[in-house]
Write a protein that binds this ligand. Sequence first.
Ligand code: NAP
Length: 255
Amino acid sequence: MSTCPQTPSFRLEGRRALVTGASRGIGFACAAALAQAGAHVVLAAREARQLEESVFAIRADGGSAEPVLMDVSDPGGVGKVVEGLGEIDILVNNAGIARHAPMIETSVGDFDAVVDVNLRGAYFVSQAVARGMVARGKGGVILSISSQMGHVGGVDRSVYAATKHAIEGMTKSAAIELGPHGIRVNTICPTFIRTPLTEKTFSDAGKSDWIASKIKLGRIAELEDVMGAVVFLASDAAAMITGASLLVDGGWTAG
Ligand code: NAP
């Protein structure tokens, strides 16, 4: 008699996750998703009040969560905070900012600010967490919330898109180095979602029309659209997936 192959588990009980930029928006949704899948989640951001409200919401939802103050653009501080957290099995690099401007008008200050958080931040948080994972020898998962702008360009987005393309390169290279340690490294690439980051874009009628015209599924993405992707890639159901990029873009980059 044949026996059926069994689907690997999508559950995350017994895992400890760190999500940066988790006080609101996509990071909060990722933290809630991981908690709903059974993980204990450490929510990181710079501003305490919003962070505590989000931790409270996850606990009220039945999840296990704690806050930690962290500025991802300060590698020295990041190293100390990560060390103090103990074992981390899942990292979600989500903290990110945007200072959109025409390429020929971008200031050095705006360039540095975006690179410091989106690239330098994700790089050195990953490094600190990966060092712990390698030392413990139990493997792990590193996910970065990249963007569809990690695969295509966009008007006024040359710096933002540069950081997201760089995250894709970091991910592939880290996947090669960390694979032998059982650490999987992947990105999730959402299309536009309404958050404080995109408020200005959505309030511009021309840009709103541009977004609507590019999404083949005919609707704007919601926070919930990212939640299944983060649970899947964090779980054993994605055990053979590394160095990959999961587009959650409603078909934007399909053409
Ligand atoms: P958001 O609503 O502005 O939230 C950003 C989060 O990052 C907040 O929790 C913020 O908290 C934190 N943060 C900012 N700078 C930080 C720093 N230096 N250190 C630590 N935390 C910091 O943004 P979002 O729209 O959710 O975007 C989250 C990620 O998804 C970003 O990487 C973004 O590029 C990416 N993404 C967004 C969209 C979209 O349409 N929204 C689409 C594709 C990709 P504090 O200010 O308190 O630190």
